[in-house]
Design a protein around this ligand. Structure first.
Ligand code: PAF
Length: 280
């Protein structure tokens, strides 16, 4: 695997390639990321991964400084799996060479709800860096995980609106045996919090069961699940049942027409904020 740090080196490696498959990450790679690389390999050649902790998507007071940076371990994992041809690991000056930056502003209806409401500027930061990375890598296909459900929608929307010639593929959320969605931030959990953490997924499954049993009041479903977590000591940002296609609240007509839904959640366990979702 080639490891490159500059855009020039990256372009030299990729010259003449017609269908690059790309997996952008912020590193501290786990099995979830490695599964994205495998999917990428089935859909394009060569596979390029990137590792870049993007300051723009962290609000002041969030975990930008302490975000785990484990480049040498990440390289070993990628070398072991042999799915990736080239790893692009730029530094900040390479990707943001000028102090004033253009920013991509996602539409409010998508970018300012749910995660966007609780992390203002987050999707603008994600969209900006993904557009830059796409411009560096020029992939034909890019792979994202469904764990970041709203992020996936924002990126699809951006590609459509900017007419980017990139096919976006989604990989199912990869979970630990006890149900916890794999995430780089799981390393922040204390042992007792790690034992409690699968309750977030259990709360989503509870919503699914109650909906299947005929409870159609989606606000009530979200509130019940949030109360269940709060009574166990979680601080819940939201648990919301939404339409899969646009993350809007489902109308009674949607429910009658069996519109595909998804329940999305974000909650804090101690100092660690976790997100998860379940398609219903
Ligand atoms: O999902 C992530 O790891 C990041 O948000 C991404 C897409 C790599 C952009 O920094």
């Amino acid at each position: 695997m080639k490891v490159v740090h500059t855009i020039q080196e990256l372009r030299d490696q990729l010259r003449g390639q017609l269908r690059v498959a790309f997996v952008p990450t912020m590193g501290n790679l786990h099995e979830g990321h490695l599964a994205l690389m495998k999917l990428a390999r089935q859909h394009g050649d060569p596979v390029v991964a990137s590792i870049f902790v993007n300051r723009l998507q962290f609000a002041p007071g969030e975990d930008f400084e302490k975000y785990p940076r484990t480049l040498q371990d990440d390289i070993k994992k990628l070398q072991r799996d042999r799915d990736v041809y080239c790893l692009f690991a730029p530094d900040e000056r390479e990707l943001y060479p000028e102090p004033q930056n253009y920013r991509v502003q996602p539409p409010q209806e998508l970018g300012d709800i749910l995660e966007g409401e609780h992390r203002p500027g987050f999707f603008g930061g994600v969209s900006t860096v993904v557009l830059k990375l796409f411009s560096c890598v020029q992939p034909g296909v890019a792979v994202f995980g469904k764990k970041d459900y709203q992020q996936l929608m924002v990126i699809r929307n951006m590609c459509r609106q900017f007419q980017l010639p990139v096919e976006i593929l989604a990989h199912e959320t990869v979970r630990a045996e006890d149900g916890l969605a794999l995430s780089s931030r799981n390393v922040y959990l204390q042992p007792h919090e790690r034992a409690e953490a699968p309750q977030l997924y259990a709360a989503l499954q509870l919503v699914q069961q109650r909906l299947r049993a005929g409870e159609l009041d989606t606000n009530k479903l979200g509130d019940e699940a949030a109360n269940a977590l709060q009574s166990r000591g979680w601080q819940v940002d939201y648990i919301a049942v939404r339409r899969q296609r646009d993350l809007n609240k489902p109308t009674p007509q949607d429910l009658a027409a069996a519109e595909p839904l998804v329940v999305l959640a974000a909650a804090k366990l101690g100092a660690t904020r976790l997100i998860d979702n379940l398609e219903l």
